[in-house]
Design a protein around this ligand. Structure first.
Ligand code: DC
Length: 227
């Protein structure tokens, strides 16, 4: 199935499976996949390593100037690099997850990330996942999906993901982190998480991955009149 050179925006709450779905859709239709959350995570790791964020998540205004010297880019297999160093594993840790939302709420951080996202968007044929892709980054995206799932399902997914990466989190900490991130992400002033009016909502609490894919495929076929 050949689909036009569009931008597909997949937004939604934490751990709803956005990246798994986005990656699969990208592979299926030969699109580029871009994980915008990875960039916010990369900036957070940078702020932590530079001592520009307190334990409680207060961001030092010095981060603004420091960002000018930050090189974040995607390397082979879409892994995130900071300069020559692959930071893919570190950015998925609980330490980074615990502080990424306050960092992502800072307007100049969002402007810095948005510039990179817009650059990728110029190429078209892209699936991007995040929190504000369909509302703020690419409000004209031709297909928007907004993902939700029950808290229980999301916490279990995130917990299993961390365990599979060798971490030993407490389930209650995972739940606490999800709640805090969703709260901060949806209540910040700049580009808060919300469903775009023209986004199709996908609640995958009781769906298999195959069912999700079939749903997206049906959506694309219907929207672009492809058989
Ligand atoms: O998708 P993720 O869990 O890796 O995203 C990490 C954080 O980055 C998330 O808590 C909020 C922020 N984020 C954002 O504010 N806007 C985006 N487009 C993507 C992520």
């Amino acid at each position: 199935m050949k689909i036009p050179d569009i931008i597909i925006a997949i937004d939604g709450y934490s751990s709803t499976g956005k990246s798994s779905l986005a990656k699969k859709v990208a592979r299926k239709f030969d699109f580029l996949y871009l994980d915008s959350g990875a960039l916010y995570r990369g900036v957070t790791l940078f702020a932590q390593e530079e001592g520009l964020i307190s334990r409680l998540g207060t961001v030092n205004p010095g981060l603004k100037d420091a960002l000018e010297g930050l090189d974040l880019h995607f390397g082979a297999e879409g892994k995130l690099y900071m300069g020559p160093r692959c930071i893919e594993q570190q950015i998925r840790s609980m330490e980074v997850s615990a502080q990424v939302s306050p960092v992502a709420a800072v307007p100049y951080v969002r402007a810095w990330v948005d510039e990179m996202l817009h650059e990728f968007g110029r190429r078209g044929r892209i699936v991007m996942d995040g929190r504000d892709i369909g509302t703020a980054v690419f409000p004209d995206a031709q297909l928007k999906i907004f993902m939700t799932a029950s808290e229980e399902v999301r916490a279990k997914r995130r917990y299993d993901e961390l365990v599979s990466k060798g971490e030993s989190p407490l389930l209650e900490d995972v739940v606490k982190n999800l709640r805090e991130r969703d709260y901060i992400d949806s209540h910040r002033e700049t580009a808060p998480l919300r469903r775009a009016e023209d986004a199709f909502e996908l609640d995958n609490s009781d769906m298999t991955f195959e069912e999700e894919l079939a749903w997206v495929q049906g959506l694309i076929q219907g929207k672009f009149g492809i058989l």
